[in-house]
Write a protein that binds this ligand. Structure first.
Ligand code: ZN
Length: 316
């Protein structure tokens, strides 16, 4: 048996220009860069982690920004949309902010009782702001977006799947319960305060997604550290082939591609982003896990300049 997951740990997507990615997630969305490192499976590429002010669980959107990335196609078999939680009375603020920053957002709409603002990042990654009165105060970064309107973390993810049944039983075993259905959307919720929603869009006729810039690479869920082996067994019980436990420095992870095609990660919530940097300095310099530190010179030489600028200054 495993302890049910409280929800999402992080969402990792593929981007292109790393500087533009940094500018959008910090300057426009007001998240904090909490970890500047490399993709441990391809050290020629950054791995950038954006989160709330403290890198809290359930708040990290992360990117592999490949400078010459091929454009991906959002579609079936993917986590098609990432949903961020904002306070209930912050919709007007965000509609104005996205407009001011030149982001082409769609009109706010009602969905399962909430107001939702759909938009995309510069690579076409599909994002939504979901406004809820019960959004927790959280630990917002406070600049450039004032704390009262700041993104609190994730609300959830939307999975586009050929069939609900490919993934719903696994979600239920992970601790999710079906709570709502609206059109082709079925909602599952866990018990956490952030990142507790998984929406499944059942789209049997739609085109399969293609990996590349603008698509989500994997969705990670929070698990308890000493239960990683139990999670591996649960995944095998569902016919999946989980990886061994992999030390990612800031958490330990098990990965498994689900029957619906989406790559899930099961990441421990215990360690976190302050194991190698003080809270006040998170994200300011390139950090490497100790097993890559002796290759720092070579790794730094192979990375494009990130061009960190003060995200409080408006830019176009
Ligand atoms: Zn991950």
């Amino acid at each position: 048996m495993v302890t049910p997951t409280p929800g999402i740990h992080h969402v990792t997507a593929i981007g292109s220009d790393p500087g533009r990615n940094y500018e959008f997630y910090t300057g426009t969305l007001g998240l904090r860069l909490v970890k500047q490192t490399v993709n441990q499976d391809d050290v020629s590429v950054y791995h950038l982690f954006y989160a709330d002010g403290e890198g809290s669980p359930g708040t990290s959107m992360t990117f592999f920004p490949y400078t010459n990335a091929r454009q991906g196609q959002v579609g079936v078999g993917q986590a098609s949309t990432t949903q961020f939680l904002i306070p209930g009375d912050s919709v007007d603020y965000w509609v104005d902010r996205l407009d001011d920053r030149g982001v082409d957002a769609e009109e706010p709409r009602e969905r399962i009782g909430d107001t939702v603002v759909p938009f995309t990042d510069p690579d076409g990654t599909k994002l939504e702001l979901v406004a809820r009165e019960d959004a927790p105060a959280g630990n917002p970064h406070e600049r450039p977006v004032p704390a009262e309107h700041a993104i609190r973390g994730f609300f959830g993810v939307t999975l586009s799947l050929a069939s609900l049944e490919s993934t719903a039983p696994l979600l239920e075993a992970m601790g999710y319960e079906r709570t709502a259905t609206e059109g082709d959307r079925t909602r599952y919720e866990s018990s956490g305060e952030l990142g507790y929603v998984v929406d499944i869009l059942e789209l049997p006729e739609d085109t399969r997604g293609q990996p590349g810039a603008g698509t989500v690479h994997h969705v990670a869920f929070q698990v308890t550290g000493d239960e990683q082996e139990a999670w591996r067994e649960l995944l095998m019980d569902y016919g999946l082939r989980p990886t061994e436990i992999i030390d990612r420095k800031w958490f330990e992870s098990v990965y498994a591609r689900t029957s619906g095609g989406v790559l899930f990660e099961f990441a421990t919530r215990e360690s976190g982003y302050t194991v190698d940097e003080p809270l006040s300095e998170l994200g300011e310099r390139l950090v490497l896990p100790e097993w890559l530190e002796d290759r720092r010179e070579e790794i730094e030489a192979g990375l494009p300049a990130l061009g960190l600028e003060d995200p409080t200054e408006p830019q176009n």
